[in-house]
Design a protein around this ligand. Structure first.
Ligand code: ADP
Ligand code: MG
Length: 726
């Protein structure tokens, strides 16, 4: 009987013991563990001739091209280091548009004429690779008959070693580009956007007399996730194929007690967290915090921030490592944005700022009027960017998965607004009024002259409902989904802020003219800017219906679903913006739109088919088995002269629901069959408006049955089991 799987799972889990013992910092203290598997600056300094080291460091720090003649020396040093650490293979590691990572391993070993073998790794192999990549989505950028794209070493992200049970691999972060120079990956546009922001930020900084030579964007992505026992995972086709539960009744206890948030962490879970952290620390991923999240079975991990490029690579490694280590320990890490209906989903809070090569955080309010003026300019540029291009930010987090979360009552809505905090909001108000001379008293901050009050960095007054919040010295973009790469959102963020900084620099240059009076120019520019982006500022509760109405009055776009958001990828606004800053070409944007839509369509199609199979082959049989059971009992009772109408009510109820389920499942099947293939936008729209509705119909009946059918017949692990048994 299929239900045996479920009961076996529970009995197996109760036998589980915490597996710990793999990590022992008494053997090697944490300081030595950190970065031991990274070809980092220290390794490079030790192993490379001084001139090569210096040149490579220029490349790493400033994104300059590496002198091609030096690649051989770097390759040899890297190979020797990797082999000392047990590596047998190397791989060019890249981030195709699937949203995950890809790798193809090549051995270091080369046979010799004498019948032996030597380890070899040339500069050419380091710098460039040619994966047979015809099966990666390219959205039409690369016809499969000219399948070759190539990978190019990204020296700004350090190489590292990944252990596997039988050896180790040297992993080289790379970009993935077509022979015509188009980006086939997520990293290339990110690097281009960082370059765009660098250029424009430096223009502004120059006006402030800053000595900075380079501006980086910094990112720290807090990662939410669920852990459930793998026995349960395997017994649920929906989790296995789609990453989320397509049916499942609400458990008697959900998250209402909020007793899990920041609570003591179960040993089994803690052991996994510690092992994940150990593996990540070895790879130089600076993991900082871990805690329970609001929902039962939900947790969070947060790293220290790094430059956006490295942070993005590290974020991909974090997700992979969490999956791997959890599985090793008998649990499954769910990174889906909404694995369980009715309780919180998972997001990724993308903390973002800009930092100079001299170590100055440009979103840090300063101590002097001059520093404050500079801070206000960068902060205002970010606000203006979200005001003008909020819909592109929304697009950057669009997916079938994230649709279940954005706008649900625990995650930011799909309307992009900015939260500044009471004090900063007040300051912007005063700036705005100070410029419009008609203002009432009190409204006049003279930028560049007045000292601002110290802005609070206390977490107590933070607005958790805002999708884009200023948190003291950085912005936190909270609409990113837990399973998404942060490359896309940061590419958009960097570019739209670059555009605003370009605007600011151009205006200031004009206003300053020959006089060169920065303060006067700021006093002229900022009030108008604040007035322009004022509608995007919102300090209230973003979850309320009032805000939705208010946002509509303010004319802020509300792109509720991905079907509305994705087409913006290659809209006129998008093509102009990204084209101007050379981040994406029109063709690259076309391809991204197609890939996003294709992903959406495939995801929902798989979900619909999975649900259909589960309804027909698991839920309905359970209902019928129970119905038969009740009928037999009632007949036997009748034969013995006992008749109770309440008991035949059960029979009617089960029979009615079983019929309703079959009907709903048939309707779903019909809807699946009627999908309009061809035009992807039409297809996606149909899926959203018809297929998802039919799926909800099936779920409604199935969840009722779950609460009626005898437990022993129910084949699927329930919410109460998956979320609470560990
Ligand atoms: P909180 O969410 O309470 O503000 P933290 O201050 O610890 O918590 O920051 C959360 C995340 O923000 C961490 O990943 C941290 O590294 C990151 N972060 C902090 N400062 C910056 C910055 N200047 N740029 C980007 N990310 C940052
Ligand atoms: Mg945070």
């Amino acid at each position: 009987m299929s239900t045996r799987i479920r009961f076996n799972a529970i009995s197996e889990i109760s036998k589980q013991r915490t597996l710990g013992g793999k990590v022992d910092y008494t053997r090697k203290p944490i300081g030595e563990v950190y970065g031991e598997h990274v070809f980092n600056e220290e390794q490079r300094r030790q192993r490379l001739p001084k001139s090569v080291f210096k040149s490579l460091q220029q490349t790493v720090d400033n994104g300059q091209q590496l002198d091609g003649n030096l690649a051989d020396a770097v390759a040899v040093a890297m190979k020797d280091w990797a082999i000392e650490h047990g590596a047998t293979h190397y791989t060019h590691w890249f981030q195709p548009m699937t949203g995950s990572t890809a790798e193809k391993h090549d051995s270091f070993i080369v046979p010799t004429a004498q019948g032996g073998a030597i380890a070899e790794f040339s500069g050419k192999e380091l710098v460039r690779g040619e994966p047979d990549a015809s099966s990666f989505p390219s959205g039409g950028l690369r016809a499969t008959f000219e399948a070759r794209g190539y990978t190019a070493w990204d020296a700004s992200s350090p190489a590292f070693i990944l252990d596997n049970p039988n050896g180790a691999t040297l992993v080289i972060p790379t970009m993935f580009i077509s022979y015509t120079g188009e980006a086939l990956d997520k990293k290339t546009p990110l690097l281009r956007s960082m370059e765009a922001l660098n250029k424009q930020a430096l223009r502004v900084l120059k006006l402030f007399g800053s000595p900075a030579k380079r501006v980086f964007t910094t990112v720290g992505a807090e990662q939410e996730y669920f852990l459930i026992d793998t026995h349960f995972f395997f017994a649920r086709p929906d989790l296995l194929y789609t990453g989320r539960t397509l049916i499942g009744a609400k458990p008697p206890k959900g998250q209402e007690l909020e007793d899990q948030y920041f609570g003591a962490i179960a040993d089994r879970v803690l052991a996994i967290m510690a092992e994940v952290e150990y593996e990540l620390l070895r790879l130089g991923v600076p993991i900082k915090t871990r805690h329970n999240e609001v929902a039962p079975g939900q947790y969070e991990l947060a790293p220290m921030f790094e430059t956006a490029n490295v942070a993005t690579d590290h974020q991909m490694i974090v997700m992979e490592m969490m999956r791997k280590v959890a599985t090793r320990n008998g649990m499954t890490c769910l990174l889906h944005e909404k694995p369980f209906a009715g309780i919180n989903g998972s997001g990724k809070h993308n903390n973002w700022s800009m930092c100079t090569d001299t170590g100055e955080n440009l979103l840090n309010p300063g101590e002097t009027p001059h520093e404050n003026a500079q801070f206000l300019v960068f902060c205002a540029a970010a606000c203006r960017a979200v005001y003008k291009y909020g819909s592109l930010l929304r697009m950057s987090v669009a997916s079938a998965q994230n649709d279940h979360r954005l706008g649900a009552n625990e995650a930011p809505p799909a309307i992009l607004s900015v939260y500044l905090g009471e004090q900063l909001d007040g300051i912007f108000h005063q700036i705005e009024e100070g410029g419009a001379k008609s203002s009432h008293k009190g409204g006049n901050i003279e930028v560049g002259v007045s000292i601002l009050p110290k802005l609070p960095r206390d977490s107590s007054d933070r607005n958790r409902t805002s999708p884009f919040a200023f948190t003291g010295n950085k912005f936190e973009f909270r609409a990113v989904g837990s399973g998404q790469s942060v490359a896309g959102p940061n590419t958009v963020l960097n570019t739209i802020v670059a555009e605003s900084l370009d605007y600011v620099a151009t205006q200031l240059e004009k206003l300053m003219g020959k006089s060169g009076n920065l303060n006067a120019a700021l006093q002229k520019l900022l009030p108008g800017m604040v007035k322009e982006f004022r509608p995007v500022l919102y300090e209230g509760d973003n979850y309320t219906a009032e805000w939705h109405a208010e946002a509509e009055r303010r004319g802020l776009p509300n792109l509720r679903t991905s079907v509305e958001a994705i087409p913006l990828a290659n809209s006129k606004m998008s093509v102009e913006l990204f084209g101007k800053y050379k981040v994406y070409s029109k063709r690259e944007l076309d391809s991204r739109r197609d890939i996003l839509l294709e992903n959406y369509c495939k995801t929902i199609n798989i979900e619909a088919q999975t649900l259909s199979v589960m309804a027909h082959t698991m839920v309905l049989p359970a209902a019928l088995a129970y119905e038969g059971d009740v009928a037999t009992t009632i007949n036997a009772a009748k034969a013995a002269g006992v008749e109770r109408s309440e008991q035949s009510d059960i029979l009617h109820e089960v029979a009615d629901l079983a019929s309703a389920l079959r009907e709903a499942a048939k309707a779903l099947d019909a809807a699946i069959a009627a999908q309009p293939h061809g035009d992807m936008l039409k297809h996606a729209t149909y899926q959203r408006d018809v297929l998802l509705v039919r799926m909800a119909d099936v779920r409604k009946v199935a969840d009722k049955l779950e609460l009626l059918v005898a437990d022993k017949y129910w084949p699927l692990p329930t919410y109460r089991e998956m979320l609470f048994i560990r």
